[in-house]
Design a protein around this ligand. Structure first.
Ligand code: DX5
Ligand code: ZN
Length: 218
C-alpha cells in the first residue's frame, strides 16, 4: 500500500498563532492543509471563513483542502477559490443541487470533492463520480474536533473504494474525524488514502512524530 496523504486539520491548531502552526505542520511533513469551514447552520458550530485562508495563503506551499460545512455553499465557492483553495469539498447533504456545486468548483479550476455524513450512504456519490477528485467519508458527525472515530463507517469506505475502482476513476478517499494512530490503519485497510487529523497532530507536542505515527500505524 502506498503511504497515505496526511492532511492536518487546522481546526485543532492554536488560533492565536495560525501562521506558525501552519509552518510547523508543513515542516513536519504534512502534504495538504485541511480547512474546516463551519457556518453554525449546516453544523452546530462556527469556525472561520475565506478571510483566514487568504491571510495564510502567502505563508505556505501546502495545498488547501477546503471542507465546506455550510449551506448554501454555492454563493461562496468563488470567494474560497479567490482566497487560495486548491480543492473544495461540499457536503452531499448541504443542498439539492450537488451536481451543480461540483460543476461550479470545476469551472473555477479547482479539484472538487463530496463529503458524506455518517448516516449518508455511499450511493450518494455514484452519479457524480465523473465530476469529483475527492470523497470525504466523515468518521464523526461534523461540527467539532476531538470526537471518537465511528468504526461503523469502515464498510462504507470499503464500498466507496470498490465503486471508485470499478468506475476506473482516480479519486482520493479521505477519512475525516477521530483519526489517530489506532484508527488510521483501520481506515487505510478499508481503502482510504488520505488521513485528516486535527487533535492527533495539533494536540501532540511533536508534530513530525504525530504524523509519522499516523502514516505507519505505530
Ligand atoms: C469535523 C471536521 C474534522 C475535524 C477533525 O467536523 O471536519 O476535520 O477537524 O478533528 P479530529 O481529528 O480532532 O477528530
Ligand atoms: Zn474536515
Amino acid at each position: 500500500r502506498p503511504s497515505p496523504i496526511i492532511a492536518p486539520s487546522l481546526l485543532a491548531a492554536d488560533f492565536g498563532r495560525l501562521r506558525e502552526e501552519v509552518a510547523a505542520v508543513e515542516r513536519a511533513g504534512a502534504h495538504w492543509l485541511h480547512l474546516d469551514v463551519m457556518d453554525g447552520h449546516f453544523v452546530p458550530n462556527i469556525s472561520f471563513g475565506a478571510l483566514v485562508l487568504n491571510a495564510l495563503r502567502p505563508h505556505t506551499r501546502l495545498a488547501f483542502d477546503v471542507h465546506l460545512m455550510i449551506a448554501p455553499a454555492d454563493p461562496y465557492l468563488a470567494d474560497f477559490a479567490k482566497a487560495g483553495a486548491d480543492q473544495i469539498t461540499v457536503h452531499a447533504e448541504a443542498g439539492p443541487h450537488l451536481h451543480r456545486s461540483l460543476q461550479t468548483i470545476r469551472a473555477l479550476g479547482l479539484k472538487a470533492g463530496v463529503a458524506i455524513n455518517p448516516a449518508t450512504p455511499a450511493e450518494a456519490v455514484r452519479h457524480v463520480l465523473d465530476l469529483i477528485d475527492i470523497i470525504n467519508v466523515m468518521t464523526v458527525n461534523p461540527g467539532f474536533g476531538g470526537q471518537s472515530f465511528l468504526a461503523g463507517q469502515l464498510p462504507k469506505i470499503a464500498e466507496l473504494r470498490r465503486m471508485v475502482t470499478e468506475a476506473g476513476r482516480d479519486i482520493r478517499i479521505e477519512t475525516d474525524g477521530g483519526i489517530d494512530a489506532a484508527s488510521a490503519p483501520r481506515a487505510l485497510e478499508a481503502g482510504a488514502d488520505v488521513l485528516i487529523a486535527g487533535s492527533a497532530i495539533f494536540g501532540k507536542p511533536d508534530y513530525a512524530a504525530a504524523i509519522a505515527a499516523l502514516g505507519t500505524g505505530d
